[in-house]
Design a protein around this ligand. Sequence first.
Ligand code: COA
Length: 325
Amino acid sequence: MRKAGILGLGYYLPPKRLTNSDLEKMVDTSDQWIMTRTGIKERRIAGKDIATSDLGIKASKLAIQDSGLKPEDIDLIITATITPDMAFPATGCIIQDKIGAKNAAAFDINAACSGFVFGIVIAQQLVSTGAYNNVLVVGAEKLSSIVDWEDRSTCVLFGDGSGACVIGASDNRVIVSSFLGADGSGADLLKLPAGGSRMPATKETIKQRLHFLKMEGNEVFKIAVRIMVEAANKAITKVGLGCEDIDLLIPHQANIRILMAVAKRLGLPEEKIFMNIERYGNMSAASTAVALAEASKKNKIKRGDNIVLVAFGGGLTYGAALIQW
Ligand code: COA
């Protein structure tokens, strides 16, 4: 088995900002409520003519450029998203065509907010075995297309964006350990009820606003802390490390209170937690992808650091990956 590491990173945020004061004009909420309950100040919103693949393409091109490779060197594209351009074909196939990765296979995965971590782990395994050489993992979301802008309990939380990384054989930035988990008994806590085979689109489903994201926020909150801590612990203890060995935790940016509670339980000081939730909100699969790329670009990571990516999301799914930089 060869070592698999990160060869390149990229991220993209659409320019339009939706601030808490903008939301005050749309629903019965306040900047103060949103800031104190979630830590979010603003989020990015993609234009009407922009789809998830368009966001993913921008991050992918940057990641490939950063890796020093050419699009035709990519032999597999894994796209994590819950807001695909369409139910099918896979958004990854659209990205593959538009970036000119003509030698790449492509498929999408749906592990909701944990999707990018799941994608990295799949890529690491495929590179380690020698089955693939340069795998592009994309986390891209246009959550604004499934958010109910009349529901104040959810619309304040989410934003649009994309991040990507290229994983290949490398002795640097190596993915050394991981853990993936799921608990389908929590499937109803966070879902988009209609538009699938269980409840195909009808006039009635549209009238009942069932094509928008629904969430039991309180329940998700309680479970989130426990499963993120479990995932991080399992990934680091597998290779004989402890929490004290973590140099930077890059968590899924769901809610600042969740992140603080996770940090406390892992015994990590605030400066060891990477956060950009204030500027981007929760971007589901794009959150950890953007956070990893941004942390690297802003020199928050140095050679030899132990980085833990950890996420949870709809499914419920959860996972962590330990990267030795
Ligand atoms: N503005 C103002 N008031 C709001 C509001 C908003 N945007 N959204 C909800 N409220 C109100 C509620 O109606 C409720 O009012 P009531 O007490 O009169 O009934 C009150 O605020 C408290 O609501 P509650 O849901 O208990 O708040 P909370 O502290 O649990 O925060 C979340 C709500 C959604 C921010 C929080 O539960 C959360 O972050 N959950 C996890 C969500 C998550 O991470 N999801 C992504 C998973 S990947």
